[in-house]
Design a protein around this ligand. Structure first.
Ligand code: HEC
Length: 138
């Protein structure tokens, strides 16, 4: 291979690698859930639809309101309480919207979701999706 051709190949692969890593980074940080199947049909207001979830706000909310039931201590005692850590953000978000709208019924969770705005739901759903599911066998 001639030297200039080699340079050209290297430059092309560098550009390709850069664009791949940029698009991966975008996929990881797209926390609007805009194009997910879960959000389709929910008819969210534009402010909720376009909102970029914030994991640190979600963490604060989780520690305030959710940890009592979805924290490891309670999960070990209450076998019907779901571990929501590591679940997909869009799934968790949809469940919260459904509880609030009464499309999914559970007295405990309808009361909890009733207190959350849709942007808070995105924050907390995103936060839980970043966590690792617990090993409750220990
Ligand atoms: C008083 C206890 C309690 C609190 C507090 C609570 N939850 Fe729950 N949560 C439950 C129970 C029980 C269920 C299972 C409901 C069912 O069986 O349908 C549940 C289910 C869920 C689900 C559905 C999980 C799935 O796999 O479908 C989500 C999402 C959820 N909770 C999120 C939250 C968030 C976010 C908070 C804090 C804002 C919270 N919960 C606070 C008890 C609680």
């Amino acid at each position: 291979m001639s030297n200039s051709l080699l340079k050209q190949v290297l430059a092309t692969s560098l550009i390709w690698a850069t664009s791949v890593s940029i698009s991966l980074a975008q996929a990881e940080t797209d926390t609007s859930f805009k194009d997910t199947l879960a959000v389709k049909g929910l008819k969210l207001e534009a402010n909720a639809l376009n909102y970029q979830a914030d994991a640190s706000k979600g963490e604060a909310l989780a520690n305030q309101r959710c940890i009592a039931c979805h924290g490891d201590a309670m999960l070990k005692m209450m076998t019907t309480y779901p571990d929501i850590k590591g679940q997909k953000a869009a799934y968790l978000f949809k469940q919260l919207v459904d509880f609030k709208r009464g499309d999914r019924s559970d007295p405990l969770m309808q009361a909890q979701a009733g207190m959350l705005s849709e942007t808070e739901m995105k924050d907390v759903a995103y936060y839980y999706s970043t966590q690792t599911a617990s090993d409750l066998s220990k």
